[in-house]
Design a protein around this ligand. Structure first.
Ligand code: BF8
Ligand code: SF4
Length: 650
């Protein structure tokens, strides 16, 4: 195996790594190698840096060193470190949601002239769901009311539950969250309280700390649900769209602008404004402007505007290395600071846009909600100017790209199912599971992690799940891995689906009024859109008449990396889902904490973490979890039918 085969399974990325080596540029792949060997204290979570006396490292057999200086045990340290990841993730997601909610509020109040309520039907639906009156009110008034409710979820001072949790989960989950005291009242308040709770000399009880971590994780869920709802309100609810993915989408004859990060507030405006500026690009000698996306901003504009995907997290530097990217416009999260130093070797301009995410030496065009189109125009003009300075010697055109069928919001999925059963669309899925045609549903989410081979876990696990008749949905960099590898296509159904999944998808494709047949995996959007997948789970549970822990539904983050992924994993566990992660989390330093997250959580919430780096073993564990649940479901519904028959006979 060549050194590049070990780095990534993606052929385009491998070629670019060869180029990186040739020009002597160190990429994230080189830096990951340079970090080895890792420190075992950090790896297992028993390094504490919470106060300035630290770092304290736990050495179990050394007298005096089996606790931190303050006397904190391994279980306290591991629990504190773990929940502080969740706090970081929840801050990032919910701040994103707060930003969108503020924009909706401003639109409703008549400011933010560059934005509008695009999906008023969704706005009304959300208002109804959260119990707000809409009759006799203008759309703008409803927007103000809904956005104000969303903003209350960030800073509520009483004990009322967060609205977006309360209004989107099953009755069973609501009760569970209240009984276990993890129902959040305020996103920001729960994060602040957790940081307080994990300060030196505070909570030493690992279980109490973990429960608070779960409360913050549900705050993360709340922020994601409202971010998805309100992004749909502002920019439209995604519908199926056909586009392409991988570095081959970068077009040598066009001005190439990559949007990268997470928040669609600017990127969507860049996409819309670029459409009106094609002539300026032509005047500069290009055939037009080609937009493409990296990370979740890419997923947002893919889902709503059919924008192509350039690549995902681990390979973001390699896009610049093609010599074809004229500007890379970034907003927040998952942006490697190395983009800036790499851009120095090329003509590419790195443009930062958010006050909390600057990279020294890059161009900063501060995003201004009141003048978003103007900001977007200035950035696009910079890209057109930069295009003129491309160095033909440094261009390495990539041929690799794959067709992509994406844009599967929950609304879109239900509309597709409605082509088979207009009265009860969700039953199309649940009946297929009950009948044994499908084994269940798997959500693939999360990042790339440079501890493993880029995209390998994503692709291999999904192929094996497909062969075993699992209906699959995806978000985030997982969705992009599938886009890059050609798994978001009808052709992949033919190549990889088992007989049940193939029959299910083909039956629906034949009935649905779509321009293309259905793909193997349904791309549901960005990481905040994991909310869409949970709403699918909630619908399934209600249709099956059970709570979420009894639904044959599993989640996998085959290559998780960010604090956000930890937060998502944690609330998925609270939702009752078996959650596979393709890395070993730093919880192994405490048997107690590791046992809680991988086993005891199941007794309390029904969900639990499966930590498995080997993709074949990971898939087997996910399949076993699905089989157990679908088997129980069938037994239960057979028993129910039998008793119903007896009742009628009596
Ligand atoms: O929010 S999957 S690497 S891009 S954190 Fe980041 Fe992970 Fe990608 Fe999307 Ni999500
Ligand atoms: Fe050490 Fe305790 Fe400070 Fe952690 S909080 S660094 S264990 S003294």
């Amino acid at each position: 195996m060549s050194e590049f085969e070990k780095c990534t399974v993606d052929p385009a990325a491998r070629e670019m790594l060869v180029k990186a080596k040739k020009i002597g540029f160190l990429t994230s792949f080189d830096r990951a190698k340079a970090q080895e060997p890792r420190c075992n204290f950090g790896n297992s979570g028993i390094c504490c840096r919470i106060c300035l006396q630290g770092p304290c490292r736990i050495i179990p057999k050394k007298l005096g060193a089996n606790k931190g200086i303050c006397g904190a045990s391994d279980y306290t340290i591991v629990a504190r470190n773990t929940v502080r990841y969740i706090a970081g993730g929840a801050s990032a997601h919910s701040d994103h949601g707060r930003h969108i909610a503020t924009a909706v509020l401003h639109v409703g109040e008549g400011h933010a002239k560059d934005y509008k309520i695009t999906d008023s039907a969704k706005l009304l639906k959300v208002a109804k769901r959260i119990g707000l009156p809409t009759e006799g009110k203008s759309i703008n008034e409803v927007a103000v009311a809904v956005a104000s409710e969303a903003l209350k979820d960030f800073g509520r001072q009483d004990t009322a539950p967060c609205t977006w949790v309360e209004s989107t989960v099953t009755e069973g989950r609501k009760k569970k969250f209240k009984d276990t005291t993890i129902m959040p009242s305020s996103i920001n308040g729960s994060i602040a309280e957790l940081l307080h709770q994990t300060h030196i000399g505070n909570d030493a009880d690992p279980v109490n700390i973990i429960f608070s971590g779960l409360r913050v994780a549900l705050g993360d869920y709340d922020g994601m649900q409202l971010a998805t709802d309100l992004s749909d309100v502002l920019f439209g609810t995604p519908t199926p769209t056909v586009t392409e993915a991988n570095l081959g989408v970068l077009d040598p004859e066009m001005v190439n602008i990559c949007v990268h990060g997470h928040n669609p507030l600017l990127s969507q405006v860049v996409v819309d404004t670029a459409r009106e500026m094609q002539e300026e690009a032509k005047a500069a000698g290009a055939k037009g402007i080609k937009l493409s996306g990296i990370c979740c901003t890419g997923n947002e504009v893919l889902s709503r505007a059919g924008v192509a995907i350039a690549t995902n997290f681990a390979t973001q530097e390699l896009a610049i290395m093609t010599g074809l990217v004229d500007a890379i416009v970034v907003d927040v999260q998952c942006i490697m600071p190395s983009l800036r130093s790499l851009s120095e070797c090329f003509h590419t301009k790195v443009v930062t846009t958010m006050p909390i995410s600057k990279i020294p030496g890059s161009y900063h065009y501060e995003f201004d909600e009141e003048n978003a189109v103007e900001s977007a125009r200035a950035i696009i003009r910079l890209a057109i100017e930069t295009y003129k300075r491309r160095d033909p010697e440094k261009i390495e055109r990539q041929e690799y790209k794959n067709k992509v069928v994406a844009g599967f919001s929950l609304e879109a999925i239900l509309e597709i199912f409605a082509s088979v059963n207009p009265d009860n669309p969700i039953s199309v899925l649940t009946e297929a599971i009950k009948a044994g045609e499908l084994k269940g549903v798997a959500l693939f989410a999360g990042c790339n992690n440079l501890k493993g081979t880029h995209n390998q876990n994503h692709v291999e696990i999904a192929k094996k799940m497909a062969a075993n008749d699992v209906f699959m949905v995806a978000t985030g960099c997982a969705g992009q891995a599938y886009a890059m590898s050609g798994l978001l296509t009808p052709e992949a159904v033919e190549a990889y689906a088992g007989p049940g999944l193939k029959a299910f998808l083909n039956r629906i494709s034949a009935k649905a009024d779509l321009k293309t047949a259905l793909p193997l995996i349904f791309h549901m959007g960005s990481c905040v859109d994991n909310s869409r997948a949970t709403s699918l789970l909630t619908l399934m549970a209600n249709e099956l008449g059970v709570d979420t822990p009894d639904v044959p539904f599993v989640a996998s983050a085959p290559e998780p990396m960010s604090e956000k992924a930890v937060a998502i994993g944690a609330w998925n566990v609270a939702m009752g889902i078996p959650v596979h992660i393709g890395v070993i989390a730093p919880t192994t330093g405490s048997d107690l904490v590791h046992g809680v997250v991988t086993q005891i959580a199941k007794d309390v919430f029904g969900g639990y973490f499966i930590m498995e780096t080997d993709y074949a073993k990971g898939t087997d564990k996910l399949l076993a979890a699905l089989e157990e649940r679908s088997w129980k479901l069938r037994i239960r519904s057979a028993a129910k039918a039998k008793y119903a028959e007896r009742e009628t006979a009596n």
